[in-house]
Design a protein around this ligand. Structure first.
Ligand code: FES
Length: 214
């Protein structure tokens, strides 16, 4: 069976295989935040000609169904078909992930199947309180706790040293470290009193020759 795209490209489709899978095997990736379970409604295509079987029309309005919209993950061709892929369903163009229109960026990234393993993370630690028998410095206490948690070495920029004593005591020796992991060592980028695991925000800026993407 063949699936002809509105661009003129023709791809092979195996019997019983969803349009989403056939497209994927041809290197065309649609946004599929739910992983092809027919829940997110992101993998819409428009069937322009030919017969298809759709297991679900969830998230499609009756108008869309009339216009030929179908969920690519829930739809299998019954013969040769022609489809159009709306812009908002396309995940990659020439190998580049198209994220500009995505409201659900995390879902979109998960749908690519990659492991999300950021360099930066937040580490919550409960330090043991000092006592007459355990009277090492606050910094040594922090390093010892990281080591006990299997977190290896630690670099603490000197700007945090002046506040460290106050920060660790403010929430009864519970602290959150913002850290960047590199070369088997943690570099502290911030220290907060208490458990501040969430929220954590990040920003990436790609400065290209013609475009800046934030
Ligand atoms: S991938 Fe989510 S509905 Fe098709």
């Amino acid at each position: 069976m063949k699936i002809t795209l509105s661009t003129g490209r023709v791809i092979e489709a195996k019997e019983g295989e969803s349009i989403l899978i056939s497209l994927k095997q041809a290197g065309i990736f649609l946004t599929s935040s739910c992983g092809g379970k027919g829940i997110c409604g992101k993998c819409k295509v428009i069937v322009q000609s030919g017969d298809v079987e759709s297991k679900s029309h969830i998230k499609l309005s009756s108008e869309e169904i009339q216009q030929g919209f179908a969920l690519a993950c829930m739809t299998t061709p019954s013969g040769d078909i022609t489809i159009d892929i709306p812009k908002q369903s396309i995940l990659t163009v020439e190998g580049q992930i198209v994220t500009g229109k995505s409201k659900d960026l995390l879902g979109l990234l998960h749908s690519t199947g990659v492991d999300i393993d950021p360099l930066s993370e937040r580490i919550v630690l409960k330090l043991p309180k000092p006592s007459l028998d355990d009277n090492i410095s606050d910094l040594e206490r922090l390093k010892r706790e990281l080591f006990a948690n299997g977190l290896g070495c630690l670099r603490v920029p000197s700007r945090f040293m002046s506040n460290l004593a106050r920060t660790v005591r403010e929430k009864d020796w519970e602290i959150t470290l913002s850290a960047i992991h590199s070369e088997d060592c943690y570099e502290i980028t911030n220290i907060f009193p208490g458990n501040r695991k969430v929220p954590q925000y990040g920003i990436a800026v790609d400065i290209g020759t013609t475009t800046i993407v934030v």
